[in-house]
Design a protein around this ligand. Structure first.
Ligand code: TSX
Ligand code: MN
Length: 550
């Protein structure tokens, strides 16, 4: 890869065994418009997915593979998703003509011999066929055949389109399998919150993009002196099964972190910064011309002199960023000092809380708890984030992203909501479901909550709720913390700010409720009746809007 230019060597003193890969400038992100669920019935892909009939898709895309690998090296990449010895893990085999994909899969999965050993002579694996093709987006297709558990991807070498174990298998194909087999494949981080006695409580959390999921998964607690610490099990995907004792057990199907670099620094995520100093592949970051060290916007202060942009040209301050906004690090999970000692537990970790969230400038309180599992599923199904980056269009537009699965649910999302409801009824003591919003602003546009390591205070409140210690106030949307039940010592948050963080405005929520009702219509007769009932109950509670202390 060094010889053919696929890799550029980084500074081997300060970044040992680290390399830079530059992708084609027209191939820098997942392409959802070119991603298809090829189920026999269009209705099984549902209203939120692109669909092609399986035979039509194969006929259309097969010619793009013909001769595509001529003169290239073909890599056969067997891999395990999940700990090698876990009954919940699954095997895939990816065929690819990209050395970058093969090298990345070695970090992101258990690749090679462990996978062949696990597979033996079994044919129980998900085949994935990948070719770079000619990288022309007009000849790019990411196809999923869930009924035969098959993936075809051509025309892109970018992570989520090309590392077929990640979004294609671990989320889209796996969510279909999970629906068939009675488990869950979710776009969730998994963390453990250690309390002063040393007991660890595990939580899984789903957020839309740009909410800092990886940062939360690897958070450095500001309550460490009080004995509260956060351990990382995973930062992106959770596979969750109901164990024989009725608990929900989560494994991380991945073995690495494929994270967005820009914005990552010693303050926002110290653990990943120190982890990504060795054995790391960087994609589309800038580098310093003299010392060959990676750089990106938001790493620290001003850009250093002599930067080479992600496109390989000398960079000058101006319109384009030095690193691509979607530049990435690919780093082994084991290298994070926050990694949980149970991150490879074959039995998974028991999940006590599920957290949904989003970026809401004025609507959602810092945290609230659902009345029960069914109400929690309604909260997840209707979660939304307001857009920030000017690059993605209008700022402040509300985008609904149910369970953060909109681009990743491999089947009809109405059926997916139904599956969530059914899972809850099978769990002996279902996890509590919460919603968080780190992004509420005051009238001047200032963030009300300091976020980052201080979020442990919100996690602690959840733990106290689970253990029956913390008091909450019932509101039309769920239970919000009684201000005194939040641990705020060492933080100087004025009482008015706290009230504003926890406020539920019935007027604003009535507007939200109308938007939710409209959104749910999209799922037609595949929407579980329980969710329309939840929506109607919300309307009723908002109308009467009585507030009582539980
Ligand atoms: O990741 C974030 N988290 C979770 C951290 C564990 N971000 C970054 C989001 C983009 C990926 C946040 N941004 C968080 C947060 O909790 N909160 C905010 C908003 C915010 C930004 C800057 C400040 C405070 C809040 N700065 C100061 O208060 C000085
Ligand atoms: Mn993700």
């Amino acid at each position: 890869m060094l010889a053919d230019g696929n890799f550029i060597e980084l500074n081997q003193q300060t970044y040992p065994h680290c390399h830079l890969h530059r992708s084609n400038p027209n191939d820098v992100a997942r392409t959802e418009g070119l991603t298809f669920i090829c189920a026999r019935q269009m209705s099984d892909a549902g209203p939120t997915n692109n669909w092609m009939a399986p035979a039509d898709a194969k006929e259309k895309v097969r010619p793009l593979f013909e001769g595509a690998m001529k003169g290239r090296t073909m890599y056969v990449v067997p891999y395990i998703l999940g700990p090698a010895s876990s009954p919940y893990s699954k095997v895939g085999v990816e065929i690819t003509d990209s050395a970058y994909v093969a090298a990345s899969m070695r970090i992101m999965s258990r690749m090679g011999k462990p996978a062949l050993d696990r597979l033996g002579s079994s044919d129980d694996f998900v085949p994935g066929l990948h070719s770079l093709g000619d990288l022309d987006p007009k000849r790019r297709f990411i196809l999923h055949f869930p009924e035969e558990k098959l993936i075809w991807s051509v025309g892109s070498g970018y992570g989520g389109n090309a590392l077929l174990g990640k979004k294609c298998f671990a989320l889209r194909i796996a969510s279909w399998m999970a629906h068939e087999q009675g488990w869950m494949a979710e776009h969730m981080l998994i963390l453990g919150l250690e309390d002063p006695s040393g007991k660890v409580t595990y939580m899984a959390a789903a957020f839309p993009s740009a909410c800092g999921k990886t940062n939360l998964a690897m958070m450095v607690s500001t309550l460490e002196t009080q004995g509260y610490r956060v351990w990382t099990v995973g930062d992106d995907i959770a596979w969750m099964h109901i164990a024989s004792d009725g608990t929900l057990r989560a494994i991380n199907p991945e073995a690495g972190f494929f994270g967005v670099a820009p914005g990552t620094n010693i303050k926002t995520n110290p653990n990943v910064i120190s982890a990504a100093h060795h054995n790391t592949i960087f994609t589309n970051v800038a580098i310093t011309a003299k010392s060959h060290e990676p750089w990106w916007e938001g790493m620290d202060g001003a850009p250093p002199d002599g930067l080479i942009s992600w496109k390989g040209a000398p960079w000058k301050p101006g319109s384009e960023t030095a690193a691509h906004p979607n530049a990435r690090y690919t780093v082994p999970a084991s290298q994070s000092s926050s990694i949980s000692d149970r991150w490879e537990d074959p039995a998974g970790v028991p999940i006590s809380a599920i957290i949904f969230g989003g970026r809401r400038a004025h609507l959602a309180p810092l945290v609230y708890e659902s009345h029960n599992w069914q109400h929690g599923v309604f909260i997840g199904a209707t979660m939304a984030s307001e857009t920030t980056a000017a690059a993605t269009g209008a700022v402040g537009v509300t985008r609904r992203d149910p369970m953060a699965m909109l681009p990743f649910c491999g089947y009809n999302m109405g059926d997916y909501f139904g599956h969530w409801l059914e899972m809850g009824s099978k769990l002996k003591n279902p996890p509590k479901i919460f919603h968080v919003n780190w992004f509420r602003r005051d009238a001047d546009g200032k963030f009300l909550w300091p976020g980052y390591g201080e979020n442990v205070r919100v996690l602690k409140w959840m733990l106290d709720r689970i253990e029956g210690r913390a008091r909450a106030t019932e509101t039309p949307i769920g239970y919000v913390p009684e201000p005194s039940s939040l641990t705020l010592d060492g933080l100087s948050i004025p009482r008015e700010t706290l009230n504003e963080l926890l406020r539920v405005d019935p007027g604003n929520w009535m507007e939200e409720d109308q938007a939710i009702a409209k959104f749910l219509e999209k799922f037609g007769d595949r929407l579980p009746p329980a969710l329309s009932q939840e929506q109607k109950s919300l309307t009723a509670r908002l109308s009467s809007s009585s507030v009582a202390t539980k």
